[in-house]
Design a protein around this ligand. Structure first.
Ligand SMILES: CC(=O)N[C@H]1[C@@H](OP(=O)(O)OP(=O)(O)OC[C@H]2O[C@@H](n3ccc(=O)[nH]c3=O)[C@H](O)[C@@H]2O)O[C@H](CO)[C@@H](O)[C@@H]1O
Length: 368
């Protein structure tokens, strides 16, 4: 049996597509999966490394401002559509699954017109433009957040599945993980990170708060700066009077490959509001303080964050208002009111969707 998956541009579209590819391989042993992306997106690098057959087609996005670039769009879109149609005809898949990004436009449209069963998955609470248009042509739509449902006209059945997370996020054991990160009995582990690339706002706030946090021994902080921002963070710390010698209860790293273990060990997460991060937080039932990235397309991170805040799973602070004292204030407030922390954890757990991948693969079974 053969399948095509497609999704591109940023990690946010690619990792769910790879998770779905892995799920298909498990459910249909011996099946072969082709990934269609563009040569310009991160997928051209990530997908072959993950061991999948990768093909690129042309795909373009419309610039939101008036631009000469937009004149090229119809021609490029048509060329991309024809390339996608040729690939799909040649490979003859049983189904095509898309996770968003411009490239899904030509791929899913060509598949639908060739009468091949199609499914799209939307990661964010505010759906992207490509998926919104495609929902009129595909057989099924799967969404991560309930809040995304009203954006899809019900031509195709829309299902609330959640976003598939790495299996290690589900299986990491809390006690083992706490031992590994040196968390003592009764300590509150705060894990802070700004998405996969780090966030300047979070780094600045943590650097300012560090002296204060050093004086709260019941709190242990594990902060991730983002690989590209580590040096700048260390320079900020030096200005606050810290050299390489960090307070005992603070650990700072450029990037965390052991994120699943860190999430398992944590009691509170401070982070941006990317869809994958939020799926991981809720699947582990963690309370969170969210600082949405204000420049995400259509401000979708704020919509993502609201989906948790409105259900009592998280607190949100706007990027412009987030500072060292906000961070300390929230940590102290929650430390003094552990029952509030537990209520948030419970609300977060209720939002988690550990069966997301199974549900998505179930939909594929349905449409083939
Ligand atoms: C800036 C921007 O537009 N970001 C978008 C991008 O998210 P982007 O891919 O940047 O970020 P997400 O928050 O969705 O995911 C980050 C992933 O990186 C992992 N991680 C992070 C740091 C670390 O040290 N180690 C580690 O493993 C996290 O566990 C998570 O799995 O696509 C998402 C899905 O469309 C959107 O919701 C986000 O808004």
């Amino acid at each position: 049996m053969r399948f095509i998956v497609s999704g591109g541009g940023t990690g946010g579209h690619i990792y769910p597509a790879l998770a779905i590819a892995g799920g298909l391989k498990q459910r249909f042993p011996g099946c072969s999966v082709m990934y269609i992306g563009t040569n310009r997106g991160l997928e051209a690098d990530i997908v072959p490394k993950a061991g999948y057959r990768f093909h690129a087609v042309r795909a373009v996005g419309i610039k939101r401002s008036l631009s000469w670039h937009n004149l090229k769009v119809p021609w490029e879109a048509w060329a991309g559509y024809r390339e996608a149609r040729r690939l799909i005809r040649g490979f003859a898949p049983r189904a095509v699954v898309g996770t968003g990004g411009y490239v899904c436009g030509p791929v899913l449209l060509a598949a639908a017109r060739l009468k091949i069963p199609t499914l799209i998955h939307e990661q964010n609470a505010l759906p992207g433009i490509t998926n919104r248009i495609l929902s009129r042509f595909v057989d099924r739509v799967a969404v991560t957040f309930e809040d995304a449902l009203p954006f899809f006209p019900r031509r195709a059945p829309v299902r609330l599945t959640g976003l598939p997370v790495r299996s290690e996020v589900l299986t990491a054991e809390r006690e083992l993980a706490r031992e590994r990160f040196g968390v003592h009995q009764g300590e509150l582990l705060v894990l802070s990170f700004g998405g996969s690339q780090g966030a300047r706002t979070l780094n600045r706030a943590v650097a300012r708060a560090i002296t204060h946090l050093a004086g709260i021994p019941e709190v242990r902080l594990l902060h991730v700066t983002g690989s590209g921002q580590y040096q700048q963070f260390m320079d900020m710390l030096a200005k606050e009077g810290f050299g390489r010698d960090m307070p005992d209860n603070v650990t700072v790293v450029p990037y965390l490959y052991e994120m699943p273990e860190a999430l398992a060990a944590a009691d509170l997460v401070v982070s941006r509001a990317g869809a994958a991060t939020l799926a991981e937080i809720t699947v582990r039932g963690l309370p969170a303080l969210l600082v949405p990235f204000p420049y995400a397309t259509g401000n979708h991170q704020e919509h993502n964050a609201r989906a948790l805040v409105s259900r009592g799973a998280a607190e949100m602070v706007a990027d412009a208002e987030f500072s060292g004292s906000t961070l300390v204030g929230v940590i102290e407030k929650l430390l003094a009111d552990r029952s509030r922390l537990e209520e948030m954890a419970e609300a977060s757990r209720r939002l988690g969707k550990p069966g997301a991948l199974d549900d998505i693969i179930g939909i594929v079974e349905e449409i083939i």
